[in-house]
Design a protein around this ligand. Structure first.
Ligand SMILES: Cc1cc2nc3c(=O)[nH]c(=O)nc-3n(C[C@H](O)[C@H](O)[C@H](O)COP(=O)(O)O)c2cc1C
Length: 178
């Protein structure tokens, strides 16, 4: 049975939910998947030899990726390169079709520029707007960003832009990379 490791970072939990769904889809397709948050991977280590495919995922936060996540990618370039691998990002700009492609999503392009690890496979996933769950200053900042990008600005808004059927398909796809 092919084994997949999904390593992720998540600020408010949505990337964790997406990672879990990827794992469920892999299990349902006859593979076996483990998920691990990057902090755990940094401190507890990763048994790379157990896995046939490694998938990494991270949300975009103010145009950037979590520092610890990027540091992990830098430190483990050799292990990542040694296996079939894939990278996915989550952003709310990806709610529009033009920005939901690898070429059209500037944050994906930014990752490819910043990361010494060049993933063999890429996926852009639309994230979640969850104003009630965000800190007040994040709400104000994101309302400004949304105003500029014609997105929702009402501070009560909760919209899950993730296409879950597409996440299931991505899970099956990464299993086939093995
Ligand atoms: C503080 C904060 C900053 C964000 N900055 C951006 C951004 O610059 N561009 C974007 O498209 N989405 C941005 N988002 C949206 C997140 O990428 C989206 O909500 C994602 O689902 C968050 O995943 P998480 O819950 O795993 O952290 C931001 C969200 C938060 C909370």
């Amino acid at each position: 049975m092919k084994k997949v490791l999904v390593l992720y970072s998540s600020v408010r939990g949505h990337t964790a939910r997406v990672s879990r769904r990827i794992c469920e889809s892999i299990d349902a397709a006859g593979g076996s998947a483990d998920m691990m948050e990057v902090t755990e991977a940094v401190h507890e280590g990763v048994d790379w030899g157990r896995y046939d495919v490694v998938v990494l995922g991270a949300p975009v936060i103010y145009g950037n990726y979590d520092k610890a996540f990027m540091e992990f990618v830098r430190r483990h370039k050799a292990e990542l390169d040694s296996k079939p691998n894939s990278f996915f990002n989550l952003s709310v700009v990806a709610r529009t079709p033009a920005k939901a492609t690898v070429e059209g999503n500037r944050y994906m392009q930014k990752f490819l520029q910043l990361s010494p690890w060049k993933p063999k496979d890429l996926k852009v996933i639309a994230g979640k707007v969850n104003y009630p769950a965000w800190r007040w200053y994040d709400v104000i900042m994101i309302q400004l960003i949304m105003k500029m990008t014609q997105g929702p600005t009402d501070r009560h808004t909760v919209i899950d832009y993730t296409d879950w059927a597409d996440v299931d398909a991505y899970g099956r796809h990464v299993l086939e990379l093995a």
